[in-house]
Design a protein around this ligand. Structure first.
Ligand SMILES: NC(=O)c1ccc[n+]([C@@H]2O[C@H](COP(=O)([O-])OP(=O)(O)OC[C@H]3O[C@@H](n4cnc5c(N)ncnc54)[C@H](OP(=O)(O)O)[C@@H]3O)[C@@H](O)[C@H]2O)c1
Length: 370
């Protein structure tokens, strides 16, 4: 039995989807089981026959952490220690996610797992303390240090950029912080690979997508793909700026570039480039992204569940004749409506429905009578 902790976070959702699709016996918790409550953690684990605990939970608000050091350490250090002690007691293994922020970014070249950490802020310090507690308390651990994580769920850089590209004429992005983006799906694949192997290897491993870039180049690639997939069709200017032009409460490492040699050799895995991984950006424009793998017509059952998801109702695109496609359902298609609204609920005279993008230049709506 696997226990996934933090299954409602960005990475946790990606891992949960894989545990489900691979039909691996697991339980999953998030804030409903506060990991800072050691007794509850123990009581929850007691009846379970655990093989792995996967910890995707964390306090991840890097800037807010500067104002909330106690809460940050409670979750990222004390909470992690609770999980480590529980894993040891249950003779289970612990897979934990850590961060490039344990480093100060002053190294030239790629960071190795053996480099000495020196965090610049509360978040990085708390994550480092979590690592230390794990190493002190349980030998059978895998700590994956990752960086610049983004995915279909949660708030992340790619989704923020897609929103800004729609809203602003000028978007400024820092060009002097270097690292590698990581698609949550790719990290989730590695996590599944590690926990399903017969032979275990323990210790600290770096994992990001391959290639070194900066936030500005990353944003430029997102814009290029957003244009290619007609997510953004308007004119806008992407402007490179320096870190000191965009002050934040917490300092960020100038160099976050992590070497992947160790994880590639030990676990015999290929790591794809960040550009290739980012191609999935087309899927990130959808509001119900996690449910679909490509643009296609939802079937009636999926439509029902989408209808349940949406509560807002922007204006119906004008002048679209509706054709009956099934009992109680009508659809309408067009190739001209605003392309950035790929998934929207419409209401019209007591009808509800979903708008979707079927192909890059083809939009369709399905509507159900109430
Ligand atoms: N995001 C990045 O760029 C990045 C970079 C490097 C490393 N990482 C690491 O990668 C891992 C996954 O990050 P993520 O971006 O997927 O995080 P996330 O989206 O913020 O998800 C973390 C989850 O943990 C939950 N949580 C917070 N406190 C908890 C507690 N006391 N007990 C149980 N659950 C709790 C959160 O709930 P609430 O949201 O309701 O608080 C959230 O659902 C973390 O370890 C993070 O440090 C992230």
């Amino acid at each position: 039995m696997i226990w996934l902790v933090g299954n409602r976070g960005m990475l946790g959702m990606a891992v949960d989807r894989r545990l489900q699709s691979q039909k691996l016996e697991h339980v999953a918790t998030d804030l409903d089981l506060d990991i800072t409550d050691g007794r509850r953690v123990q009581a929850f684990a007691n009846p379970l026959d655990l093989s792995w605990i996967i910890n995707c939970s964390a306090y991840t608000a890097v800037d807010r952490a500067e104002d909330e050091p106690e809460q940050t350490f409670r979750i990222n250090a004390e909470g992690v220690r609770n999980l480590a002690l529980t894993a040891r007691r249950k003779e289970a293994r612990l897979l934990h996610i850590s961060t490039d922020y344990v480093f100060d970014g002053r190294k030239e070249g790629a960071y190795l797992e053996t480099d000495t950490p020196n965090p610049m802020g509360v978040y990085g310090s708390s994550k480092l303390q979590g690592e230390i507690y794990i190493c002190e308390n349980i030998a059978s651990h895998v700590i994956l240090r990752t960086a610049w994580l983004y995915g279909h769920d949660g708030n992340n850089f790619v989704r923020t950029m897609l929103r800004l590209f729609r809203e602003q004429d000028e978007v400024m992005v820092v060009e002097d912080q270097w690292g590698s983006p990581t698609l949550a799906d790719d990290l989730a694949d590695i996590i599944l690979h590690i926990i399903t192997r017969e032979k275990s290897h323990y210790g600290i491993f770096n994992f990001t997508n391959e290639g070194r870039t900066n936030w500005f180049e990353f944003a430029a690639m997102i814009l290029e793909l957003a244009r290619k997939y007609h997510i953004v069709d308007r004119e806008l200017q992407l402007i490179p700026i320096k870190t000191n032009q965009y002050p934040t409460k917490a300092l960020r490492p100038a160099n976050s570039y992590l070497s992947k040699e160790k994880i590639k050799q030990v676990f015999k895995i290929p790591v794809r480039s960040w550009q290739e991984a980012l191609d999935g950006v087309k899927a990130m424009n959808r509001k119900a992204a996690s449910r679909y793998t490509d643009w296609r017509l939802p079937n009636i059952l999926e439509l029902e569940s989408l209808v349940d998801i949406y509560s807002h109702s922007p204006a119906m695109p004008p002048n679209h004749p509706f054709a009956r496609i099934a009992d109680g359902y009508w659809s309408s298609t067009t190739s001209v409506y605003e392309p950035s609204y790929a998934w929207v609920l419409y209401t019209l005279d007591g009808a509800v429905g979903v708008g979707y993008k079927a192909k890059p230049d083809f939009y369709a709506w399905v509507v159900r009578r109430r």
